[in-house]
Design a protein around this ligand. Structure first.
Ligand SMILES: CC(C)(COP(=O)(O)OP(=O)(O)OC[C@H]1O[C@@H](n2cnc3c(N)ncnc32)[C@H](O)[C@@H]1O)[C@@H](O)C(=O)NCCC(=O)NCCS
Ligand SMILES: Nc1ncnc2c1ncn2[C@@H]1O[C@H](COP(=O)(O)OP(=O)(O)OP(=O)(O)O)[C@@H](O)[C@H]1O
Length: 229
């Protein structure tokens, strides 16, 4: 199995692309969904957030007020680093668990939708391809303001909390241009899908895994033989 990283800037269109890939039957692990799971009520991350940010980031029902926490961390880099240090190790651990499940089920590849892929760099060494969903800065700003009902300043602040999208584009092995229509993007998604489906790279990883298991079995048998003789 090989891993494909899907990333981009805030509101550049990652979810739009990953939904289209899911509709085509691709397995996708979404880091934003995993991030929600790790801060569920009374989880270890939930307790740490409560300890460091106080009850002001809780809703009346005790769950995390994501809007409030977002307002805090996007306007304060230190608080953002603190939240990242609480959540990121747990997000990566859960993602590895889900990757393993896909591997056991025999999937040939998995797409990891990770907004901060190039910022954290924790997963990059495991990836065969990296796809950046790009759109021009004016489109990104207006889509973000519209989707999240943010002011110009708030939206700029959120964009500035990430590595510049142009820089991410330079790091990718594959760029998806999402400044145009959804249909335009869908055509590019279809091309990427064909490329992934036709790829034989999963065979390399499978061969390495088989060789490693065979090596371990050989070592085990040699040890048993030595102990008996
Ligand atoms: C701040 C939180 C509570 C806001 O929740 P909300 O439901 O409003 O937004 P959501 O989680 O869907 O994130 C929306 C987008 O914001 C951006 N974003 C989220 N967290 C961060 C961050 N720490 N730094 C920079 N950008 C971020 C990403 O582009 C993400 O796709 C939430 O994003 C969070 O817990 N963030 C910390 C965990 C994290 O880094 N998640 C990103 C995936 S690795
Ligand atoms: N090609 C497009 N044409 C018009 N609107 C689009 C297009 N692509 C995405 N959008 C809209 O732009 C907004 C941002 O897109 P999307 O949610 O897919 O971005 P994202 O990168 O997943 O964002 P985030 O980083 O916040 O998770 C959404 O409201 C979406 O409907």
């Amino acid at each position: 199995m090989f891993l494909v990283g899907l990333t981009g800037g805030i509101a550049s269109g990652k979810s739009t692309v990953s939904s289209q890939l899911k509709e085509l039957g691709c397995p996708v692990i979404d880091a934003d969904v995993v991030a929600q799971k790790v801060v569920e009520f009374q989880s270890p991350a939930y307790k740490l957030i409560l300890q460091h940010f106080g009850r002001e980031v809780l809703l009346e029902n005790g769950e995390i007020d994501r809007k409030k926490l977002g307002q805090i961390i996007f306007s304060n880099p230190e608080k953002r680093r603190l939240l990242n240090s609480i959540t990121h190790p747990l997000i990566h651990k859960e993602m590895f668990r889900q990757i393993l499940l896909y591997f056991i089920k025999g999937y040939r590849y998995v797409i990891l939708d990770v907004p901060l892929l190039f910022e954290t760099r924790r997963l990059t060494r495991f990836l065969t391809h990296t796809v950046v969903v790009y759109c021009d800065p004016a489109t990104q700003l207006s889509r973000l303001m519209q989707r999240d009902a943010l002011s110009h300043e708030e939206a700029q602040q959120r964009i500035a909390a990430q590595m510049p999208l142009k820089e991410k584009r330079g790091l990718a092995s594959h760029v998806m241009e999402n400044s145009g229509s959804r249909e335009d993007t869908h055509r590019q998604v279809l091309r990427l899908h064909t490329k992934l489906e036709d790829s034989m790279e999963f065979l390399v990883v499978r061969a390495v895994a088989v060789a490693a298991v065979a090596g371990l079995c050989g070592l085990f048998l040699c040890t048993v033989k030595l102990l008996i003789s």
